[in-house]
Design a protein around this ligand. Structure first.
Ligand SMILES: Cc1cc2nc3c(=O)[nH]c(=O)nc-3n(C[C@H](O)[C@H](O)[C@H](O)COP(=O)(O)O)c2cc1C
Length: 306
């Protein structure tokens, strides 16, 4: 029997629990040159803002121990070009489409989501209230429960399909922010965005990226992400969780499902091995068969704790 990899989040069906993470595959076109996007559970697009943004000057990424550090600065084409030039491509893809949005004030999130509400093929929006790499906006929203709740509440009024709030790990208690998102009317949370970090070249004494500090991602943050998912899963927040952080193979996926994620997103691994999500789908099938499980859903939240 072929194991069932399907999961459902807020009424949206995913053929498997493996999605790509925002910012790590643009708007999907480059990835589609390498494999059919239909093999993915879902695709999450790069954060879109109201106006196009060039982002920070290079160098804006650097390799670090067990991961990378980046401060792209939300470089993106802006909502007008996104709708005109990127949506027609995304509309043809046979996978779930999640559009990630970012803003420097609540009104901007509202305006962006109101426009996306008119595009039926945008299955869900993901609110990036947690970007550490912009001067105004981003992380302020995701570190303040009141702002988180208010942002989601206002977006809820203009966007009819499910809303995911993407949470920052750079807080004392991430579950408080998850509860605030739920109170505002979010349908799911994604846990986690990048962890604030820094990298320095000891020869030149220079910081390695122009923004000096940036977001640490990749295997180095996996234990932090697992602990964050576990914390949200065991809190009063009852929203489904999408786990993110350092996932590179099928066993990493299993770990996130066991601590309570219903699905996962793959970010940095795409830069190392662009078809890593496909290998994870195959690996997950083999894992379920070996464990004699008929559905991936049997793993969710089943971690055994001491
Ligand atoms: C180069 C780069 C750009 C990113 N851009 C965004 C972004 O625009 N919006 C967002 O919500 N997250 C962004 N992220 C964060 C990822 O979506 C993800 O949360 C993070 O990388 C952790 O997952 P990973 O360890 O699998 O990479 C970016 C990450 C990287 C590495």
């Amino acid at each position: 029997m072929t194991p069932d990899l399907g999961v459902s989040i807020a009424g949206v069906s995913f053929k498997n629990p493996i999605l790509t993470a925002s910012g790590c595959c643009g708007y999907g076109e480059e990835l589609a040159d390498l494999f059919p996007l239909a093999k993915l559970g879902g695709l999450v697009t790069k954060s879109i803002t109201k106006n196009p943004r060039p982002g920070h000057p290079p160098p804006r990424t650097a390799e670090t121990t067990g991961g990378m550090i980046n401060a792209i600065g939300l470089a993106n084409v802006g909502i007008d070009e996104f709708i005109a030039k990127k949506i027609p491509f995304l509309e043809k893809q046979k996978t779930t489409i999640v559009v990630n949005v970012a803003g420097s004030k609540i009104d901007e999130y509202v305006e962006l989501c109101a426009r996306l509400n008119d595009i039926a093929r945008v299955d869900m929006v993901e609110l990036n209230i947690s970007c550490p790499n912009v001067d105004v906006g981003g992380i302020e929203f995701g570190t303040d429960p009141k702002l988180t709740e208010e942002t989601v509440r206002r977006v809820r009024k203009v966007f009819a399909r499910p809303i995911i709030a993407k949470l920052a790990p750079n807080v004392t208690d991430i579950s408080k922010i998850a509860i605030a998102a739920e109170n505002g009317g979010a349908d799911a949370v994604s846990v986690i965005n990048s962890v604030v970090g820094m990298a320095v070249d000891p020869e030149s004494w220079r910081t390695r990226i122009t923004n000096n500090k940036g977001g640490l991602t990749g295997p180095a943050i996996k234990p932090i992400a697992l602990a964050a998912v576990d914390r949200v899963y065991n809190s009063q927040c009852k929203l489904p969780i999408i786990g993110i952080g350092g996932i590179t193979n099928a066993s990493d996926v299993v770990e996130f499902l066991l601590v309570g994620a219903s699905a996962v997103q793959i970010g940095t691994a795409l830069f190392v091995e662009p078809d890593a999500p496909l290998k994870m789908v195959e690996g997950l099938k083999r894992y379920l068969a070996r464990k004699k499980l008929s559905s991936v859903r049997e793993l969710i939240g089943k971690v055994r704790k001491y």
